[in-house]
Write a protein that binds this ligand. Sequence first.
Ligand code: NAD
Ligand code: ZN
Ligand code: ZN
Length: 447
Amino acid sequence: MAMSQAALKAEHALGHGDNATTVQDITNPSKDNAGDPSGEKMKALAWMGKNKVEMIETLKPRILEPRDVILKITGSTVCGSDLHLLHGTVVELEKGDILGHEFCGIVDEVGDQVTNLKKGQRVVASFQIACGDCYYCKQKLSSQCEKTNSNTLENAMYGGRTAGMFGYSHFTGGFAGGQAEYTRVPYGDVNLLPLPDDVPDETGLYLSDVLATSWHAVVDTGVKKGDVVAIWGAGPIGQMAAEFSLLNGASRVIMIDSNWRLDYVKERYPHIDTLDYSALGKGNSVTSKLKEMCNNRGPDVSIECAAGEYAKGWAHYFEMMLGLETDTSEIVNEMIASTRNFGRCGITGVYVGFTNHFNIGSLMERGIRLIGNGQAPVHLYWESLLKMIQEDKIHPLKMVSHRVKLEELDKVYYKFEKKEDGMQKVFVETKFSQPAAKGSPSLTTYS
Ligand SMILES: NC(=O)c1ccc[n+]([C@@H]2O[C@H](COP(=O)([O-])OP(=O)(O)OC[C@H]3O[C@@H](n4cnc5c(N)ncnc54)[C@H](O)[C@@H]3O)[C@@H](O)[C@H]2O)c1
Ligand SMILES: [Zn+2]
Ligand SMILES: [Zn+2]
């Protein structure tokens, strides 16, 4: 049995905690008796097993709780995190679960207790589901809401829970995602931010996750004026973290990766330096190269925007395959060893569980501050980031490579996974979307 299903079985046997104030495990309206009474159908992208996603037809969701909003989706995307779900690295997915945690749309229906939103209003959702008034929500640390996820396994494994998340397995509550034509948004009055007319879906969408995540990675790891910052992973999160490091005063940013994404960076962000680890000569390592590039000491700040599932060498590949660890320590070790003494390291790429051969000695002896950035608290930043989009200070479209159709999203997942056709951040349109906004890519189809 795959690990994902074994974990789900264990969760069923243990039973959920009693902390959640919103219903759990509603990941597909047809499957979970949560469909609209009209019988109206919708299209959605569902996880069907390890490395398998499919477009399905299911019931449109209905209001289940008085603070619910039903959203008509006009834009969604695929995230590096979706690959961790596709691969079954994040556990507790069930066949038929609807994915997608970044989406925007139009309010279609509101529950009795939603007073701040109206039918027809344009909004973006945060990837996490927050209650709005628990210990963490009061501080806008919405990704750690205590009331929206009652998963017992997560609590036991981590010593605490994260918030519930859209389209992110039963491990985080079990909520149907937004890679669909409609989504139910629990606590819709808290988890939807109105989008003003001067911010089109094509930019506003990314307030769901990428923008807040990258901003958080930078400020939480403590990038200060004059810092040299190294970033592992030149995907959308890494690219925005690079931009935001410079906005926060970094004097130089170096991005590390191994593929065409570095060319994309060179073209769109010419002021950012790159390091291709696949092209390093014999006797060179990322660490030795970074020392050479940074006064023989290393960067002041390093940020991990790759993920723990991507082993570099065979040893960790086999350890993960054999279940001896869930994540490789290679990137984190490389980051620790590369950073200057008393420098700071942040982890934003997803790590699921436990790792072997962690270089605790270098961390301790050289005074490296290692910061788990956590799932990013979107609510803490999204209003100020929206303002920065309006003021033309940040440019989310820079990382967007394609516009695709929801109906072809299953094909897009595999292209995104293989980094084919120069694909990275996509804008997924539905039958409800407006024509492409100025400056955004035109539609690519695959049939
Ligand atoms: N903490 C959060 O709130 C949060 C939110 C969103 C995404 N994430 C995570 O951030 C990570 C990046 O997201 P993304 O959408 O940019 O993903 P992505 O998959 O598009 O990009 C990841 C990049 O990392 C590179 N990479 C792999 N191994 C590497 C290595 N050893 N050294 C350097 N680079 C390496 C890949 O080539 C790829 O370009 C993912 O793990 C995602 O799940 C975290
Ligand atoms: Zn995401
Ligand atoms: Zn809360």
